[in-house]
Every structure is written in structure tokens, then in C-alpha cells.
Ligand binder design. Structure first.
Ligand code: ZN
Length: 451
């Protein structure tokens, strides 16, 4: 499709500059060229009749796992970016827990090189410690120069207090966050699902809320001590939200994310049978669904409610997917052996939209938490993204709020078909994704297009 597009009549939502109205948007040479009411037909531009649809800045995911190098059977940069644009994302940040771990500037550069020519922007997160082993800090300044936007040992917490302190001291000088997977290992032990009645009934080892909350509190104390910036990955409990709320009131430099699954599902999803079609045919004796096994685990309704409330009032800054694709053999097995994680990029936005449909969140706040706020947290990337503003990169997501569809993981373009949402109905669908002015994903009905 041509480089010059005129998107007409959509409800345009750009929280960064307070826009929520029906206007036209002209895209040219990869940038937002103009916005306004009734922009006239432009030379050579393709017009898109977007009446009834919503146009938002391209979604930005600060937390996903692309698995390359080392685990290409789970996902690659190519399949992951294809899944991203199908889900409405134009920028995704890749965690470093690959093999080898992305713990040096060469590895960061190599990912940046692989990302060239893909349908979405990929920004690397470097490991905070060498080989993510939690023993020795990495060369953070070199990695920031190569393009790293933050540091994390995700999959693992940074357990050592003194190492976390030093990580914060270095990273704050570089203007990037330490992104911590908050978990106290000795409380986590061999946990499988949330500690509670379901774990007891199924005879599975539970993961207590305290395993997360204790580390959240440690991180808040160290952020206060150092003035450094901690970003808390995938917050899952009410206690964590309460702590973050208190810390923010005190002015501690802390930001936090929640995933669509922790915002919409409870531990009871573990009891739901997998869908009856597709490769995940349930074994008749299955008492649980390994697709719902995720770390941190799905929690209780009280936790979900606290997360949603925290997201609505900005205590939780952003939604991030924690897209964690796995091969089906890693999920089609007993719970104790199943991998943690959900393939999330293709359902994240639609499942988060359920919060809007259920009137728990307004649409501009949802767009803010999935586009404008993540853009704000990418301070060092120096990219003009996350806004529908003249001169910004033409990264755009056009969606229909009301189209219903049934999740079929066999249709995922991600290599990871592992989702507890298989067979479930969602409302709201991405119709068009534009990255740097190019259409990279389209379900646009041809009669909505005219030249
Ligand atoms: Zn994690």
C-alpha cells in the first residue's frame, strides 16, 4: 500500500495531548503530516473511511519475550513482530532471557540488527547481571549506547539487595529503569499456581502473594535510598498495589505494569478446561489447564479488582503483555512440568478492552496505558512515538470497539499457541496497524478504501 494515507472520520484518541474527537489524520513519508477536521483529499493519498472506528497511537509493549537467539522453536523476532502488529502493537521491548542472555553491547546490537525490516519496532532490554545469574552487574553504559532501554533479569528477580542497590545507582545515572521481576525465591520454592484453595484442592504447591509483595517493598526501599528508578514488572497482588500507592505518595521513583491476564483472570482460570478444538485437546483426566500457568500466578478477584482500580487511577502506570510463547509440548504436560507463560500479543488489547466494555476503565486511559505512558517511560530511546501529533512517527492502530470474535490459537501468527483464552469470545478488534507510515497489518474491508 502507498506511503501516503488519509484516515478520515475516526474517533482519534491521543491521551498525550488530550485529543479525543472525530478528526482526520494525514500520513506522509512515515510521519504524521497533519491532523484536523475535514482535511481535503491529498495528492496521491489513499483515503480510508474510518467512520465508526477508533484511531490510537500504535500500541507499545514494554515487556515481551521474543526468544531469539536460542529458543527459535518458541518464537523469533520475525514471528513475534508479526504477532505484535496483528495485536495492534508497533513497538515492543524484548526481555534479555535468551540463549545466550543479552548481557552485553554486541548482543543488544545484534537484536537491533535483526529488528531492521520487521513490521514493528523492537527495542532491547539488557540483562542487569551477567548471564542473569545475579552475581555481577553488566556493562550498562555500553548497552545503553547500543540501544538498551532498561535492564532486567526477568524470569528471575535480582535477589541480592546490594547488587540491586548498585544496579539502581548505575542505571539512574543512565536515565533507564531497572525492571524487576519481584519474587522472593525462598517463598516461591517450587510454586505452580497461586497459594489458596485451588492449590490445596489440586495438591499443587502454591505461590503466596507475600513472595511478590516482600520484593516490591524491598525495591521501594532501595529506590528511596538511591533515588534510582525501579520499574516493577507484572504486578499481581493487592498488597503490591497498596505499597506502590504509598511509595508514589512519598515521591519514590517507581513505575509499575500489570498484564492483561492479571487484570482480567483469576486463579479459577486454572480450573477451566482447555478448548476442545485445536492442538490442545484436553486429556480426559485433566483437572486443570496448564495454559493458565503463569508467573506471577493468576490471583484472586480481590487482587484483580485492586489492579484494575490501580490502573484506572494511574498507580499502575501501564499495561504490558509479558508475551511468553512456548512450544505446545512445554504446556501439554503435568502442571508441575509445564512452562510458565501466555502467548499474549494477539489477544492483549482485546482482553484489556473488556475493562472498558465493563465500565471499569475509560477508553482514553486504556490507550494511555498501552501507548502514551509506555512511550513516556522509553526516555532514552529518543523516538517520536506514542502520539498522533504532527512530526511524530506514523505508528497507528485502527480498531473497532464492538466486533466480536472467538480466540483460536491455531490462527495465532506467534509460534506460541499457549493461551488460556482459546475458544473464548472477545469484543473489539484491530482492523489496521500502521508502522512508520506503512500498513503492516490489515483486516480492512476493501470498500472502506478509496483513492
Ligand atoms: Zn517476569
Amino acid at each position: 500500500m502507498k506511503d501516503r494515507l488519509l484516515i478520515k472520520g475516526a474517533r482519534v484518541i491521543c491521551p498525550a495531548n488530550g485529543i479525543d474527537k472525530k478528526i482526520d489524520v494525514l500520513v506522509d513519508a512515515g510521519e504524521i503530516k497533519d491532523t484536523g477536521v475535514n482535511i481535503g483529499a491529498s495528492d496521491g493519498a489513499i483515503s480510508i473511511n474510518a467512520t465508526g472506528l477508533v484511531l490510537a497511537p500504535g500500541l507499545i509493549d514494554l515487556h515481551c519475550h521474543l526468544r531469539e537467539p536460542g529458543f527459535e522453536y518458541k518464537e523469533t523476532v520475525r514471528s513475534g513482530t508479526a504477532a505484535a502488529v496483528k495485536g495492534g502493537f508497533t513497538t515492543i521491548c524484548a526481555m534479555p532471557n535468551t540463549n545466550p542472555v543479552a548481557d552485553n553491547a554486541t548482543a543488544i546490537q545484534s537484536l537491533m540488527d535483526k529488528a531492521k525490516g520487521q513490521p514493528a519496532r523492537v527495542l532491547p532490554i539488557g540483562a542487569a547481571t551477567k548471564n542473569s545469574a545475579g552475581k555481577e552487574l553488566t556493562e550498562m553504559a555500553d548497552m545503553v549506547d547500543a540501544g538498551a532501554i532498561g535492564f532486567s533479569d526477568d524470569g528471575n528477580p535480582i535477589s541480592s539487595d546490594i547488587l540491586m542497590r548498585h544496579a539502581l545507582e548505575y542505571s539512574s545515572a543512565l536515565g533507564v529503569p531497572i525492571i524487576d521481576h519481584c519474587e522472593v525465591s525462598s517463598l516461591f520454592t517450587n510454586g505452580q499456581i497461586n497459594e489458596g484453595w485451588i492449590a490445596s484442592r489440586l495438591g499443587l504447591q502454591g505461590i503466596p502473594a507475600a513472595a511478590e509483595e516482600q520484593m516490591v517493598n524491598r525495591n521501594i526501599a532501595l529506590a528511596k535510598l538511591t533515588g534510582g528508578w525501579v520499574h516493577l514488572a507484572h504486578v499481581s497482588t493487592k498488597g503490591s498495589v497498596d505499597s506502590i500507592r504509598r511509595a508514589k505518595k512519598l515521591g519514590v521513583r517507581i513505575t509499575a505494569e500489570a498484564t492483561p491476564h492479571h487484570l482480567t483472570l483469576t486463579e479459577e482460570a486454572v480450573l477451566h478446561r482447555p478448548g476442545s478444538s485445536g492442538i490442545y485437546k484436553p486429556l480426559s483426566e485433566d483437572a486443570y489447564n496448564t495454559m493458565s500457568k503463569v508467573n506471577p500466578p493468576l490471583r484472586t478477584q480481590e487482587d484483580v479488582d485492586a489492579l484494575v482500580e490501580g490502573l484506572a487511577d494511574g498507580i499502575i502506570d501501564i499495561i504490558a503483555t509479558d508475551h511468553a510463547p512456548h512450544a505446545y509440548t512445554e504446556k501439554l504436560c503435568p502442571m508441575q512440568e509445564a512452562a510458565f507463560g501466555i502467548s499474549n500479543l494477539e489477544t492483549a488489547f482485546a482482553s484489556a478492552l473488556s475493562l472498558v466494555h465493563n465500565k471499569k476503565l475509560n477508553l482514553p486511559r486504556l490507550i494511555e496505558s498501552m501507548a502514551s505512558s509506555p512511550a513516556r517511560l522509553l526516555q532514552t530511546s529518543n523516538k517520536k512515538i506514542g502520539q498522533i501529533t504532527k512530526g511524530f512517527s506514523a505508528d497507528l492502530t485502527l480498531f473497532d470497539m464492538n466486533t466480536g470474535w472467538t480466540v483460536d490459537t491455531n490462527q495465532f501468527v506467534s509460534k506460541g499457541k499457549n493461551s488460556p483464552l482459546h475458544g473464548q469470545k472477545l469484543k473489539g478488534k484491530v482492523i489496521l496497524t500502521i508502522y512508520k507510515g506503512q500498513v503492516v497489518y490489515s483486516e480492512l474491508n476493501k470498500d472502506l478504501l478509496y483513492t
